[in-house]
Design a protein around this ligand. Sequence first.
Ligand SMILES: C[S@@+](CC[C@H](N)C(=O)[O-])C[C@H]1O[C@@H](n2cnc3c(N)ncnc32)[C@H](O)[C@@H]1O
Length: 265
Amino acid sequence: MTEFAARSTRKAATAARMYDYYLGGMHNFPADREAADAVIERFPFVPGAARANRAFVVNAVRRLSESGIRQFLDIGSGLPTVDNVHSVARRIHPDTRVAYVDLDPVAVAESLDILDGDGLAVAVLGDVQRPQSIVDHPEVRRLLDFDRPIGVILAAVLHFVPEHRVADEAVATLIASVVAGSYFVMSHTATESFELFTATEDVYQRRTSTPGTIRTHAEVERLFTGLEVLDPGVVWAQEWRSGAVGERVESPGAGGVWAGVGRKP
Ligand SMILES: C[S@@+](CC[C@H](N)C(=O)[O-])C[C@H]1O[C@@H](n2cnc3c(N)ncnc32)[C@H](O)[C@@H]1O
């Protein structure tokens, strides 16, 4: 048994490993694949939406690095993928610092393995619903300088915060914690794509420890309150390109995830 396998309980699916399966990764188990397949059966566009979401994150990180951002706080960072935030950002600024935060201990442990010996990156346990504890985390504070702009990433994580008020307040707290010139990279599953959401909700409710929710375009836009939204705005993840519109999404069913980047003025 690998160390990764030994760490995993195998009893329940997790959102992190289901997402890894959608992306075609290797960090998943039968319970994750069964739960993910149940979602895909009802919503065949989900793996494509997951790939579009990841491409959005990579694109946005590159854009922020080109704008001079040298430190990132990635909350709900998930299992390590090929293009991790530190790898993408360091192609532009090799001294980029990254704090990865996730609720899933396996995701944190895997990230720590990948980061072994990396003095400019950490992975810690944290809950986006308790943003102040993330901002105050000693490891995060040791690594990131909150007196300088930070790229905060909240990609495909706020849909695990069911209450609108809690999600809005979490983002507002994080915005208040960083200086002007900081950026927020956010993506979120779209109500418009999941009209028959009960099926997905059931899978995440019954089989994972992180029940999911969905939000409309207007609700996702509201998360950017207090930020200047960069072009092309809050759009389908497939459509987000730095300063331009990417691949056109013809119907909500082909989209899946709203995505945008905002700058604190
Ligand atoms: C779909 S993955 C997204 C990974 C990555 N951010 C991306 O977009 O490519 C969602 C991640 O959010 C994590 N997560 C779920 N609820 C969370 C919470 N309340 N606080 C922090 N992380 C959470 C899950 O463990 C999972 O790793």
